[in-house]
Design a protein around this ligand. Sequence first.
Ligand code: GDP
Ligand code: MG
Length: 172
Amino acid sequence: GNQQQVEANILLLGAHDVGKSALTVRFLTRRFIGEYGDIESVYSRVDKIDGQEICFNIWDSQSTQAGSLSDKRLQWADGVILVYSICDRGSFDSVRQQLQQIRRSRKSVPVVIVGNKRDLQHHRGVSSEEGRLLALLERCGFFEVSAAETYHGVLLVFYQLVDLVRETRALR
Ligand code: GDP
Ligand code: MG
């Protein structure tokens, strides 16, 4: 078949320092570089998944307060990755708040919740069960990953979200 390229606009949101840029860079380059500037930027990567070309446009947000989440970004997004750090309970609370905000303006946009920094088990402040339960109640995808340690888990996050984006489009 002569299938057209699919565009997927993916927005990363979450508190400061949870690893949004680390996840973005891991996905784009397969690498973890350790230090990232706090730059607001959109990056692209084209992948072939099941014979279909997918263009991932990834908006790596600057860390903003939950209350100041600009609607422009939300309107742009086909899917949202909401990131917290498993070591930072405050960042998990931010995910809850941002989720409510997202639901107010984009009721049915697909969301995947990501608990990052899974490598830091000894500093864990949010259990896997809490993360999974929130995702279940809010009908979101859920992963715990370590951007520092593995590429594969990060890849699964983006791939699941793009699957959800395509399902949502097919329903329209
Ligand atoms: P952002 O503010 O959400 O974009 O967070 P960054 O991507 O800039 O990461 C903040 C800090 O956490 C940096 O020092 C990263 O090296 C570190 N970091 C990011 N992901 C991980 C991870 O999975 N494990 C560990 N141990 N550190 C991480
Ligand atoms: Mg960043």
